[in-house]
Design a protein around this ligand. Structure first.
Ligand code: PS7
Ligand code: MN
Ligand code: MN
Ligand code: MN
Ligand code: MN
Ligand code: MN
Length: 352
């Protein structure tokens, strides 16, 4: 087990870990237990992308300011002392950007091989976010097609996976063969992001953000708002089932990806979020509460899952199997997605 050694850290690095704690509910702990070689690059990678996402999410920044910030964030992160203070006062992660100079100071010390990967992903994600932020159709009516849905998830999560895989291989903590199977890495990001989007539907609805593709929801209701009306609960549940079905197609590739990790602390780092995601999918599957409030797995469940995810691939896969069985049990024959969900669960179980 690895532990940080704050006494030996530069003050700016200690500050970075403070902002990591402040901005991430789930990633901070697993990042801090990474091996000493991956610890700082991945903590900084997280903070850079969190900074980018904070700009993307802030609807009080006008597009004229937002677009160049997103597209050229990689230049900002090279400017000694750069900070951003024009965030809306309610933006939850604004403190990170107000003190971004500490992240820049530490990025400056990262080895070039790691820095180049972080920069490449920052450029690609920032441009992807800017494209969506400028898309009037997306802003007015949300995501339309399943292809757009998956493209957006690629920008905000698939790319994170790409950068992480390259960092792991560079440090010799993952099998280089993973670089020849980019679809496995993509599934790791897509599964996390899609779970987040299904779970957060009520919160995003109130923020006037719509990530469920129209191609899916329009089969169940005529207007997006109808999904949240109590009289349409059955239709909304069937719609959420199709969203779950769409996310389940990534599960087997996630397990396959995890087989390519060669070091325990990196394994824990990749396995914990995935195990939390399958447990979250089971919790939200046919759960009407997702249309009324934020639903989250309990602290107790999260602790038990952490322990199992950090044993080995067999135990982590066992957790997937348990939750896939629970999903199959909850599956409702009156749901138009019943047969396909049943088949998807069967496929995953067979793989394990
Ligand atoms: C660099 C660890 C391991 C191959 C900030 C980890 C927000 C789901 O938006 O904060 O607040 O509802 O709960 C993470 C693949 C990305 C994808 C993406 C960077 C796994 C900026 C995580 C995380 C790839 C865009 C957290 C994608 O959501 O959401 C590092 C392998 C950041 C991973 C965002 C979402 C992450 C997310 P929100 P959360
Ligand atoms: Mn965002
Ligand atoms: Mn966000
Ligand atoms: Mn935010
Ligand atoms: Mn979300
Ligand atoms: Mn409401």
């Amino acid at each position: 087990v690895f532990e940080r050694n704050p006494e030996k850290e530069a003050p700016t690095l200690r500050e970075c870990f403070k902002y990591l704690d402040l901005t991430s509910r789930s990633f901070s702990a697993v990042i801090q237990e990474l091996n000493p070689d991956m610890l700082v690059p991945i903590a900084l990678f997280y903070l850079v992308l969190r900074g980018l996402d904070t700009i993307e999410d802030d609807m009080t920044i006008d597009l004229k300011t937002k677009e160049p910030l997103l597209r050229h964030f990689n230049d900002k992160m090279k400017i000694e002392g750069w900070t951003f203070t024009e965030n809306g006062p309610n933006e939850k992660d604004r403190e990170l950007l107000v003190h971004f100079d500490v992240v820049i100071a530490e990025l400056n010390k990262v080895g070039k091989n790691y820095y180049d990967i972080i920069e490449d992903i920052t450029i690609k994600m920032g441009n992807g976010m800017a494209d969506y932020a400028l898309n009037a159709e997306f802003n007015e009516n949300g995501i339309q097609t399943i292809d757009q849905y998956e493209e957006y998830c690629h920008y905000v999560a698939g790319l994170v996976g790409d950068g992480l895989t390259r960092l792991f291989v560079e440090g010799k903590y993952a099998n280089p063969a993973l670089l020849e199977r980019p679809e496995l890495t993509e599934s790791m990001g897509q599964f996390l992001q899609k779970t987040n989007i299904i779970r957060d539907v009520h919160e995003d609805y109130h923020d006037k953000r719509r990530f469920w593709p129209k191609d899916i929801w329009s089969k169940y209701v005529d207007n997006w708002d109808d999904l949240f009306k109590p009289e349409n609960r059955e239709k909304a549940l069937n719609c959420s089932s199709e969203m779950v079905l769409n996310s389940l197609k990534h599960a087997d590739e996630c397990l396959f990806y995890m087989a390519g990790i060669k070091e325990q602390s990196v394994f824990n780092f990749v396995a914990i979020p995935q195990v939390m995601a399958i447990a979250t999918i089971e919790l939200i599957f046919r759960n009407p509460a997702i249309f009324e409030r934020n639903v989250k797995i309990t602290k107790g469940d999260a602790c038990a899952l952490m322990i199992k995810a950090t044993q080995n691939l067999r135990v982590a896969s066992g957790v997937f199997k348990d939750y896939v069985r629970k999903i199959a049990k909850k599956n409702d024959p009156r749901d138009p997605n019943f047969l396909e969900i049943s088949a998807a669960c069967g496929r995953i179980e067979q793989f394990i």
